[in-house]
Write a protein that binds this ligand. Structure first.
Ligand code: GLP
Length: 249
């Protein structure tokens, strides 16, 4: 397959959100039964808002889509306000015509977490693999909850969250001690197996991570650096995030 890597720099967050939604909408028009991997975090909120708008305008139909979340916290109930399930219901699932039986997210209170990881990976295989994985980028270069040091060959697994990642969530959870220490995440291999990847990066605080991901050494210390090897990668960055990239300023 011909390798296609594309970096598109957008003026600001709104433009990034619109372009991300259009990229997903175009894929949906091409393949109505798309299998998507979807992220959480602040970055994709605008994309979801725009996708919901396009759906309400009758331009985007999710009725045949299968969606897999990239990750979910372990140890909190699924209806906890900070669970990724609650996030997805709020921003997408309850707003469009996705079919419940084709919505997947790792269980947050599984009896057997390793079994749950294997089940989740199996569901992705059964669905025929992921057509398009939409990703955010952590400040430390993580993708999903694949923190620095995660082996590149990892499949869906139980991940220990880094102190840095937990501290960032402390306020939302009402204190660091309430932030889960573990999560289930698609692995790096699971993500790299997607036929196409769309990476969304916004804000000056992500500039260093983007620069390391895009042009630094490919190393597990910067999980997103592995994306340099993906055959079909599109990166959407706003000007603030792209500011430190060579030849762009
Ligand atoms: C969390 C999620 C990631 C997300 C990252 C960045 O760690 N597990 O999937 O990409 O946060 O979030 P934000 O977009 O809020 O910076």
């Amino acid at each position: 397959m011909k390798r296609m890597t594309c970096l598109i720099v957008l003026e600001d967050y709104q433009a990034l959100a619109r372009e991300a939604a259009r990229a997903v909408a175009r894929k949906l028009l091409e393949k109505p039964d798309l299998v998507l991997a979807l992220p959480t975090g602040d970055t994709p909120i605008g994309m979801y808002r725009e996708l919901v708008r396009l759906h309400r305008e009758g331009l985007v139909d999710f009725s045949q889509v299968t969606a897999f979340n990239l990750d979910e916290y372990l140890g909190i109930p699924p209806d906890h306000p900070q669970s990724f399930k609650s996030y997805m219901c709020q921003h997408l699932w309850d707003q469009v015509n996705l079919k419940e039986e084709r919505l997947h997210i790792p269980a947050s209170l599984p009896e057997d977490p390793d079994g749950e990881c294997a089940r989740y990976e199996g569901l992705i295989q059964e669905a025929g693999g992921i057509d398009l994985a939409v990703l955010g980028l952590g400040r430390n270069g993580h993708i999903g909850f694949n923190e620095p040091g995660t082996p590149f060959e990892s499949l869906t697994h139980v991940a220990q969250l880094s102190e840095e990642t937990r501290k960032r969530e402390a306020q939302a959870f009402g204190g660091l001690e309430r932030v889960p220490k573990k999560a289930i995440t698609m692995g790096i291999r699971t993500i790299m197996n997607a036929r196409e990847i769309l990476l969304l990066v916004s804000g000056v605080e992500k500039a260093e991570a983007l620069s390391r991901a895009l042009s630094g050494p490919i190393t597990p210390e910067v999980p997103a650096s592995v994306l340099q090897l993906h055959p079909r990668l599109t990166m959407l960055a706003d000007a603030a995030a792209a500011g430190s990239l060579p030849n762009l300023t």
